[in-house]
Design a protein around this ligand. Structure first.
Ligand code: R5P
Length: 307
């Protein structure tokens, strides 16, 4: 196998290459002065299993364009198969026509990936299961749940309850609660406009409980902060934890989360971070990705990893 990456997350690429004990392939990625991206494999990929790691972050469009070009370069250079490792799937929230005259952006991203030459996608904690159906190529959807479970189990929290900040994430939060042998509460969230969250109701008794807010991503942090206020109002213990796979942390998210006074904000390193703050815990995903890739390379079950 041959591992390559663009410019989106050098630290994760390094960690993954270390876990796999495979050196990172040589590749040029640069920009013309007009902003157009240029990529080139600096070594042969002919007949090879090519793995391309990309972690679109706070500049998702640039990172995606770079990924499409790398995929096409691999294909045009006779790679045997192009495996895209895309832990954070950009545009994943736009997975349906929520209001008339909108695109299904996540479906378009899937189409563009395939058209660029991807033969297989490995992704982590998809925003919704239906995104798998946007592809005609195989997609391995990994989950960060075991990583969070291992972390929180060790804490032996008093009277824990897992809280989903919206109904969309309830199914995933329930699975997480089941591993922790904890109860589940679900919030009813509305948005008056993009990036503005308001919690209207909480289903479940959170009074006197240690709450773990569980979600797939934190973007502005608005959902989590609004959820925290709702929990405190309903008598939850003041030490509130947050667990979310993808730290988009756009705008003033870092400052807002810092000020919100969570006991801990636990995330993975699926994306680069603008900055850190006390109480931010970053759980590494490279060991999981490496394990999955090893299983794929040996033609062994990936599902086994979750047992
Ligand atoms: C929404 O459905 C997602 O699961 C997250 O709850 C949301 O995207 C988080 O966004 P923000 O941090 O801006 O509230």
């Amino acid at each position: 196998m041959h591992l390559f990456t663009g410019s989106s997350h050098p630290a994760l690429a390094k960690a993954l290459s270390g876990e796999l004990k495979v050196r990172l392939g040589r590749m040029t990625v640069k920009r013309f002065s007009c902003g157009e991206c240029y990529v080139k494999f600096e070594e042969s990929v002919r007949g090879k299993e090519v793995y391309i790691l990309s972690c679109p972050g706070r500049d998702p469009d640039e990172d995606l364009m770079e990924l499409f070009l790398i995929c096409q370069a691999a294909k045009l250079s006779f790679a045997h198969r192009v495996h895209v490792i895309l832990p954070s799937f950009p545009y994943s929230r736009q997975d349906r026509v929520a209001e008339p005259r909108e695109p299904i952006s996540a479906k378009l991203i899937a189409y563009l990936l395939e058209t660029s030459g991807a033969d297989h996608v490995i992704t982590l904690t998809l925003h919704s299961d239906q995104i798998q159906g946007f592809f005609t190529i195989p997609v391995d959807v990994l989950d960060a749940r075991p990583i969070f479970a291992e972390y929180f189990r060790k804490k032996k929290l008093k009277n824990p309850i897992v809280v989903s900040p919206d109904t969309g994430g309830a199914k995933q939060a329930k699975k997480f609660a089941d591993i922790l042998v904890a109860d589940l509460a679900i919030m009813h969230k509305t948005r008056s406009e993009h990036n503005k969250a308001e919690i209207l109701e909480v289903v479940g008794d959170v009074s006197g409980r240690t709450c773990i807010l569980y979600d797939d991503m934190i973007d502005t942090g608005g959902s989590m902060i609004s959820a925290k206020h709702a929990l405190i109002k309903r008598g939850a213990l003041k030490d509130i934890y947050v667990a979310a796979t993808h730290p988009i942390f756009s705008g003033s998210a870092v400052n807002n989360l810092k000020k919100a006074g969570f006991k801990e904000v636990v995330i993975t390193d699926s994306m680069t971070l603008p900055s850190t703050f006390p109480g931010l815990k970053i759980l590494p995903i490279a060991p999981l990705l490496a394990n999955v890739i090893r299983h794929i390379e040996k033609g062994e079950s990936v599902t086994e990893i979750y047992k």
